[in-house]
Ligand binder design. Structure first.
Ligand code: SAM
Length: 271
């Protein structure tokens, strides 16, 4: 059964030795209530590390959908570029919106962080439920846009933890700063490196922006301060544009969809 013809749904983890997989949450609700799929119907499951199985619905209940595994597929083709968005935590709807839009654009990893001027503070159970919510939004957006797999949404870091995490990372790194008058802009650093892109790590500030000290500290860790023109964009607009531009210049946004589907389809026959 060609993988391309199947509806795909996302689960946190697929046990490669399992004969039955469990779909829960909004994905299960989508199968049951929206698509009204029933026992015996085939579908494709994908997990956060790209494992993929073809299976058939074995049972449907209000809590979950059980899927009988038939075929373990090879992981989908690796993306042309791994775009990582480090986003200062924004107020609720803005962060939800940004996660949804950047997922549609093909972001592979979202790393929320707290900076000096972050106005949102998360702690304890609230953080856990936020991360669950963000991951659910990413899963649903991936289902809607027929993406290969949801981006990894990491637990929030402090600014210092974020810099320590990526300081020695061999990737093109940029920090969006609206005060970069006369400094590099995104086009300047993407175009010359188009031949050998693999990983772009972009950082976007909170509603109140970055302090000069944060910009200096990030630059000392290899994050090039980058401009997106003279207008001051909302943080969520800037984050979306960053991912969109990188995905267009280096990723598959600039590619003809049919060519991508053909390449994606060639691995569908893998057993
Ligand atoms: N300091 C800004 C002000 O004076 O209103 C507020 C920051 S802006 C709303 C939020 C974030 O979006 C910034 O931290 C930056 O990362 C990004 N951003 C917004 N406009 C930008 C631009 N023109 N160039 C680069 N980054 C921009």
């Amino acid at each position: 059964m060609p993988e391309r013809s199947l509806r795909r749904f996302f689960v946190e983890r697929i046990d490669p030795d399992a004969t039955v997989c469990r779909v829960a949450g909004q994905e299960a609700k989508h199968i049951r209530k929206v698509l009204r799929m029933g026992v015996g119907q085939p579908l494709l499951l994908v997990d956060e590390v790209g494992r993929r199985v073809i299976g058939r619905i074995a049972s449907v209940s209000p809590q979950e959908v059980q899927v009988l595994v038939e075929t373990l597929l090879s992981p989908a083709a690796a993306p042309l570029v791994e775009t990582v968005l480090c986003q200062a935590v924004l107020k609720s709807q803005r962060m939800d919106w940004l996660i949804q839009k950047t997922t549609e654009l093909g972001v592979r990893r979202i790393v929320p962080f707290f900076s000096e001027r972050t106005v949102v503070d998360l702690y304890g159970e609230k953080t856990e439920s936020k991360i669950r919510r963000w991951r659910e939004i990413a899963r649903m957006a991936t289902t809607q846009c027929d993406g290969d797999r949801p981006p990894v949404i990491e637990p929030p870091l402090t600014f210092a933890e974020l810099l320590a995490r990526y300081r020695d990372e061999a990737a093109l790194k940029g920090i969006l700063w609206e005060k970069t008058i006369g400094l590099a802009n995104l086009k300047d650093i993407l175009r010359p490196n188009a031949a050998s892109p693999r990983r772009f790590i972009g950082m976007v500030g909170p509603e109140g922006g970055f302090s000069e000290r944060e910009i200096e500290e990030a630059a000392a860790c290899g994050f090039v301060p980058l401009g997106l023109g003279r207008r001051i964009l909302r943080a969520e607009t800037a984050g979306m544009m960053l991912v969109g531009i990188v995905q267009y210049e280096w990723g598959d946004l600039g590619e003809a969809a049919d060519r991508q589907r053909q390449t994606a389809g060639t691995d569908a026959t893998d057993g």
